[in-house]
Ligand binder design. Structure first.
Ligand SMILES: [Zn+2]
Length: 459
């Protein structure tokens, strides 16, 4: 608006100047191409000024006309982009809401309006996933691999699809490519660890744990514990005893409380003639977490002796945890073998906890009592009573999966039921008691809550 007023003002000044000049006295004559023009000097000057003014005006008009198609197309483009982004946003909202058809419709519209393949392809792939059209989703993700900008996103999508198909080797291949592109990305490192371990590539699994700890993708203690488990797996898989020993030592250094690791290392040290070393490993493991599987290899660290000798040795193993129930149980068994009835009874009672044998002693306590009554007094009736009690007693600790609750006979790096890594913990399994059905027929299984720990405030 201001520009128009300014232009009108300039034109008015020009006209005024031309009129003023035309009124000036003086004459001029021009002979040109057979024409003769006679006029005053004022008119001539006014004519020249007007001609210059008109030329400038027409130049402006020409420039405006030349520019307008471009600015018109620019505004059209802007409006198209705006509608495209709106369709994209609506598509994402539809994906979040789980509306597959709506998402696909917006994806098509965004694709036709926007020249942004990274965004529209991802939306199209998500819409296809939502519709359950796995093949179309794979096609979109695979197309994203072509463009360096979308390659990483495409790999992530294809990885998810491969995991959904249960194709772990293919998933590992995708995650390796993603790792080459962005080696410090947390999800890449944790997926690389998980998949390489599942596929048996333990070297890559170990390396990815180190990288994950460095990139803070895993807390340092968790990464270190997982590394110990991987090293134990490597020790088990090693072809030569010397390699097994190296890996088992490294695993034990990282996690002295990992019982299967301590047992494997102790046996390797014994085989290598280093019984003193083996005994130290087992004593350290007992100090951080008493476990019955540590007792047998400990007895192998010294030459054979009689029952009393064995009881004394186990006293050394349990020295750092003298009040722990597992310590009392292992000593009670050794005392029974040595036929030291009083000593055996004392340890069994201590293993039963603060309530003693009158409370709810666990399975192994009842069984040891049955053995003691039978062997010491020949009292078969009392022994049978204890065996009956053991059937309903609290179960002994076992390898229980902390993820799915499955109970395993032997420890393994992955739960056999749910495949969780390093999920087996030595703890009391859930209580399962046999119960009769209404018709008195087949027995069904029923869960029984574990008894609550004694409440010191109540006593
Ligand atoms: Zn499990």
């Amino acid at each position: 608006m201001i520009r128009v007023l300014w232009f009108a003002l300039k034109l008015a000044v020009l006209i005024a100047l031309a009129t003023w000049l035309a009124d000036r006295p003086g004459a001029v004559a021009i002979d040109w191409l057979g024409y003769r023009i006679e006029t005053s000097v004022g008119i001539l000057l006014a004519a020249v000024v007007l001609l210059v003014g008109l030329t400038a005006l027409s130049y402006r008009a020409w420039r405006f006309l030349r520019r307008s198609p471009r600015s018109m197309s620019q505004s059209l483009q802007a409006s198209k982009r705006k509608r495209g982004y709106k369709a994209l946003t609506q598509g994402m909202v539809a994906v979040a809401a789980g509306e597959a058809d709506e998402a696909a419709r917006h994806a098509r519209r965004a694709d036709s309006l926007l020249e942004e393949p990274p965004l529209t392809m991802l939306l199209s792939a998500q819409a296809a996933q939502l519709k359950g059209d796995e093949e179309a989703a794979k096609r979109y993700f695979a197309a994203m691999l072509e463009n360096p900008e979308t390659r990483f996103l495409g790999l992530r999508g294809l990885l998810t699809q491969a995991l959904r198909d249960g194709d772990q080797q293919q998933a590992l291949d995708y995650v390796r490519q993603a790792h080459d592109m962005r080696p410090g990305t947390p999800w890449v490192l944790t997926s690389l660890f998980d998949l390489s371990e599942r596929c048996g590539d333990l070297d890559t699994a170990e390396r990815s744990l180190t990288e994950a700890a460095k990139a803070k993708a895993l807390p340092a203690p968790e990464a270190s514990r997982k590394r110990a488990v991987i090293l134990l797996e490597k020790a088990r898989a090693a072809a030569h005893a010397s390699e097994t020993l190296v890996y088992a030592r490294a695993a034990n250094k990282l996690a002295p409380d990992l019982v299967p690791g301590a047992v494997l290392l102790a046996r390797q040290e014994i085989a290598a003639g280093k019984k003193r070393q083996a005994a130290k490993v087992l004593e350290r493991a007992w100090a951080v977490g008493p476990h019955p599987e540590l007792a047998a290899p400990y007895l192998e660290t010294q030459p054979d002796g009689d029952g009393l000798e064995r009881l004394k040795r186990l006293g050394q193993l349990t020295a750092k945890q003298p009040d722990h129930p597992e310590s009392h149980l292992v000593l009670a068994r050794a005392a029974l073998e040595a036929r030291l009835w009083g000593e055996a009874r004392r340890h069994i009672k201590a293993a039963a906890g603060p309530e003693g044998l009158e409370g709810t002693p666990r399975d192994s306590v009842c069984r040891l009592m049955a053995e003691l009554e039978e062997q010491e007094n020949g009292d078969s009736a009392l022994a049978r009573d204890w065996l009956t009690r053991s059937a309903r007693a609290l179960k002994d600790p076992a390898w229980v999966c902390t993820e799915c609750g499955a109970v395993a006979i032997v420890w393994s790096a992955r739960c056999g039921a749910c495949e969780s890594f390093d999920a087996l913990a030595w703890q009391t399994p859930p209580q399962v008691a046999p119960a009769l059905t209404h018709d008195g027929g087949a027995a069904a299984l029923e869960m029984e809550p574990a008894p609550a720990p004694p409440n010191p405030a109540a006593s």
